[in-house]
Design a protein around this ligand. Structure first.
Ligand code: MBD
Ligand code: FE
Length: 281
């Protein structure tokens, strides 16, 4: 028997992210009026034309772009590309009216339907799961201060190697993914481990752009959440750890000061207190 060490590949995680997106996000999209499609398509194309004129883009550069765009599709990296370099502005526009938490981008690795753990519990993890243990307590409230009993907190995050279950090989299906339900006072208590920073795959189209431009490929360590309650707007957020070198230059531009945690050492691990305020829908 041969043992192979399975490194994650851009093409494999890209294929999973593309499949996930097609399943969850392309159903039920309302028909967009012709006028709106025309306005948006024209506006994007004009921005491209303006760049070509201003920068005097050559045929060699145009062909390099064409080849690169083809490879983004071949590597299944459209979800990664869009969520890293575009989604943060969509999120900014979508949440600017909010009085409660604004949150931040979802990214490509959310999977609905993670195992239920009640108000207090431990996320699914391996018996020998590496990483600093983390106990996170918090409350979900409405903008008027009322606790939202029964609010759902869906949590997903990378492991201590920066890998996401269902998008990297050899991890249990729901590793570090769970759904919590706030108790009668809107509170929850989550036991997990600290995630590592995340590096964009270097062997796919996005990695090639990063290398060709001399950028770095890192996101700071983060916990992803979706928080929901009847009659309230869905909040999608990420929480960050102070001291991470990439808090200041996240490749996905998704860090905000109000999303910074304040971990306190406790025994072999850390505790954090962080809650959410939801706007009425
Ligand atoms: C991630 O883990 C992520 O959160 C985003 C936004 C993009 C790529 C990988
Ligand atoms: Fe992430």
């Amino acid at each position: 028997m041969t043992t192979t060490h399975h490194e994650p590949t851009a093409a494999a995680s890209g294929a999973s992210a593309t499949e996930r997106f097609k399943t969850d996000k392309t159903t039920g999209v309302a028909d967009t009026p012709k006028e709106r499609v025309s306005l948006l398509a024209r506006s994007v194309l004009e921005a491209v034309h303006a760049t070509i004129r201003e920068q005097k883009v050559t045929y060699a550069e145009y062909n390099a772009l064409k080849a690169w765009l083809i490879s983004v599709g071949e590597d299944g990296e459209w979800p990664l590309f869009l969520d890293v370099w575009v989604e943060h502005v969509v999120e900014e526009v979508a949440t600017e009216h909010r009085k409660g938490n604004k949150g931040t981008i979802e990214g490509p690795y959310y999977v609905p339907g993670a195992p239920e753990r009640g108000a207090t519990g431990t996320v699914p993890m391996r018996a020998d799961e590496p990483g600093t243990p983390l106990v996170w307590t918090g409350a979900v409230t409405s903008t008027d201060g009322a606790p939202l009993a029964g609010a759902k907190i869906e949590l997903w995050h990378a492991d201590a190697d920066g890998l996401y279950s269902q998008f990297a090989p050899d991890l249990p299906e729901w590793n570090l993914r769970a759904t919590f339900t706030a108790d009668d006072s809107g509170r929850f208590e989550i036991h997990t481990v600290r995630p590592a920073p995340y590096q964009i795959p270097t062997d796919g189209a996005c990695g090639k752009l990063i290398a060709a431009a001399g950028w770095h490929a890192w996101r700071p360590a983060h916990l992803h959440v979706k928080v929901s309650a009847p009659g309230h707007e869905l909040l999608t957020a990420q929480l960050y750890f102070p001291g991470d070198v990439h808090n200041a230059d996240d490749i996905a531009s998704a860090v905000k000061p109000e999303l910074m945690l304040d971990p306190k050492p406790a025994g072999a691990g850390e505790t954090i207190e962080y809650g959410f305020v939801l706007d009425r829908a």
